[in-house]
Each structure stands twice: as C-alpha cells, then as structure tokens.
Design a protein around this ligand. Structure first.
Ligand code: BEZ
Length: 386
C-alpha cells in the first residue's frame, strides 16, 4: 500500500469515528394519527403536509434520510398508551408526531415525558400539554384549545351579542374551547346561558338543536371538527336555526369540511390561526406546491403537519441530527421564528405557537380572511413550570 492509500484510509477512519452512529442512520419518524373515524381526513392532511416539507428538503432532515412508521390511533384514548408504546418501545422511533384528538395526545405527552422521546403535536389543542404537562422535549406546531375559543369570545362580545348557548362534544377539546370562549365573552359583558354537549364522536344533534330553538339565544358558539362538523352544520341549517340564531365557532367547524357542507356553511364566522386568501408569497407558494403534490387544497391541518416538519428540521439542525439532545433542540426552537404559510410565529416558554388568530367568513367554499381577531395571541401556559 502506498502512502496515499494509507492517508485515504486514515481520513475515512477519522470521519467514521467523528461522525456519530445516529447521524449515519435513518431518522425514524413515528406518526401516530387517525386513519379511521371522524378525524381520519385530518390525519391524512397532517401526514401530507409533513411529507411535503421533507420532500422539499430532498427527503432529509438535518442530513438524515427520513423513514416513516405509522400507527392508526382511531382517535381512541383507551388505545392511546398501547399505541404510543408500540412506537417508542417496539419501533424505537426518534421522534413522535401526533396527534389530532386531545385525549389521545395527553397519553402521548405522558409517554414522551417519561421516555424523553421528542414529541411534536401537529393538532391536538389540549391545554395541559403546554400547561402543567409542559416539558423540554414536547412541542406543538398547532394551537392550544384556549386560543381560537378566547379570540371568538372577544369577537362575539364586540359584536354586541349578549346571550349565547354553547354546544360541543364532551371531551377535552370541546370543554377547553368552550371554557376559553366563556372566559373572554363574559369578561367583555356577555353571558353564556346554557352549555350543551354530547359524547364524542356522537352526531345525534336533534334533541340539542330543539333545546337551542327553545332557549332563543342571540347566537351559538360551537366546537366540532371533521366529519362531525359536517353533520352539525348541515343539521343546524335543516333545523331552520341558521337564519334566526347565528352560528359561530372555532375554525375547525369549517376547515377541511366546506366541500361536504356546501351552501349550509355559507356566511358562518369562525376564528382560527389560518384562513383562505392570506395572499402572502409564502402561503401562495405552499398552496401551489400542496395542490401539485396531492391534487387537493390544503387546510389548517396540512399547515400544522408542514410546520411540525419545519420545527423538527430547526431543532435537529441545531443538534446536528441528535434526537436525544432535547436541551439544544428546545433552545433552537425557543429562539426560532417559524416561517409558516399561516404567517411567521414563535414559540411560547411552554412551546406553544404565539400566533395571529384570524376571523374568517365562509363564502364560495372558502374560509375567507375577514380580519385579524387577535394579534400574536399567546396561550397563558397556566401551570407550566419549565
Ligand atoms: C382536539 O381534540 O384537540 C381537536 C380535534 C380536532 C380539531 C381540533 C382540535
């Protein structure tokens, strides 16, 4: 062997020793999302958005090729602990991405906290995840249930509405959304006269719609999403309530649902951290790329998936690909301005997006931007000690 060959071997050995094993391995991303049930379509949009961002980076995050493992969580809290443990213990994923349903996400957050696995929540708004459950390795690319609810409480009070009935599913997301709405609405002079609910994912709304008609409030505030939101909006119109008692809601009521809701959704006003017609270069480019890749228009869930991948990229670039270094990962994200199609956002101390909440109105099957309801709204992060 000549001296050049010796030198080449020495360089190769030094590189191999200097490059940690994880940096040479694929990055295992564990998707825990619904593929069946009321929230199935939301899970698909999150998955699509995430993969679009990774594809835009040439299939790699922080230099590591990405491999996906996927579990259908069925939006079932009873199966959540087993499902998340499959990803952590059986599949040995580097990062957990999930989920849609707040109750399922709570089990994920508990497992992530105990195991130290990175978790990015791409939808579920469960307030405690960025409250008492907050942790250095847990992040959210979406919203807290408090945010759209609180913003709508202020909007409806400013519109002079005084007497409101709320209606939602009886589980964390519905309860927290209504609680935040009530906090802002009553602080600003309104009165929630009745709080109606039914178990998730029940869609037998008839008796509750009859009760709304009998109560004759000035308006209704609601949290429903996915297939349940489609049915609720259609039933509300069929019951003849739409023309007499204006319906408002957190934006999930009309996001990703307008094709199926048709004219029954026309005119509905909602608050959310995304809207159609933002007309920024960033959003226009994203919408074009998404439509090209999937032959579909994106919705808020697609954005949250896309931004979860962006956040993973920012954190792992800072750790040079090491998914175990939560401290450096978190420090990078706390300093970051995330260049989202929804508008740039930062993360709160508890790792929840600090973001504009838009007021939107449905017209021609779009959630058209009306105004900014709350600028850079930060979840209070109550109970987070970090
Ligand atoms: C939740 O369970 O947190 C949720 C589900 C669908 C849309 C928004 C929030």
């Amino acid at each position: 062997m000549n001296c050049f060959a010796h030198a080449a071997i020495a360089v190769a050995l030094t590189t191999a020793i200097a490059t940690p094993a994880f940096a040479q391995a694929k990055l295992k991303v564990g998707f825990m999302l619904p593929a069946t049930g009321t929230y199935a379509q939301l899970g698909t949009a999150i998955d699509n958005g995430f993969r679009l961002y990774v594809a835009e980076q040439g299939g790699k995050i922080a230099g590591r090729e990405v491999e996906y493992v996927r579990v259908d969580d069925e939006s079932d809290p009873a199966k959540a602990t087993d499902n998340v443990n499959k990803l952590i213990k059986r599949d040995n994923v580097d990062v957990l991405i999930g989920t849609v349903h707040s109750g399922v996400a709570m089990a994920m957050a508990k497992a992530a906290k105990e195991s130290g696995t990175l978790l990015i929540v791409p939808n579920a708004g469960s307030d405690p995840i960025t409250g008492p459950m907050c942790a250095p390795n847990i992040f959210r690319s979406s919203f807290s249930n408090w945010q759209p609810g609180y913003a709508m409480g202020e909007v409806m009070a400013k519109r002079g509405l005084k007497k409101v009935v709320t209606i939602t599913w009886k589980y964390a997301a519905g309860d927290e959304s209504v609680k935040a709405f009530k906090e802002a609405f009553e602080k600003n002079g309104g009165n929630v006269v009745k709080e109606l609910s039914l178990p998730f994912p029940n869609v037998e709304f008839q008796a509750l719609l009859t009760e709304i008609a009998a109560t004759k409030p000035d308006a209704v505030y609601t949290f429903f999403a996915g297939a349940g939101a489609v049915k609720f909006v259609k039933d509300y119109a069929s019951a003849g309530l739409k023309k007499n008692i204006p319906l408002y809601g957190a934006g999930f009521l009309t996001d990703g649902t307008l094709e199926a809701q048709g004219a029954d959704a026309d005119g509905l006003m909602t608050t959310l951290h995304y809207a159609d017609g933002l007309n920024t270069p960033r959003d226009n480019a994203f919408r074009l790329a998404y439509a090209k890749a999937y032959k579909l228009q994106p919705d808020v869930y697609a954005i949250q998936g896309y931004d979860a991948a962006q956040m993973l990229g920012i954190g792992l670039t800072a750790t040079k690909g090491d998914a175990k270094n939560a401290a450096v990962f978190a420090e990078a994200l706390r300093k970051a301005r995330i260049d989202s199609p929804r508008g740039t956002f930062t993360l709160s101390r508890a790792h929840n997006p600090v973001q504009d909440i838009y007021l939107r109105q449905v017209s021609a099957k779009e959630n058209k931007l009306t105004s900014v309801a709350a600028k850079a709204l930060a979840d209070p992060g109550r109970g987070c000690r970090m």
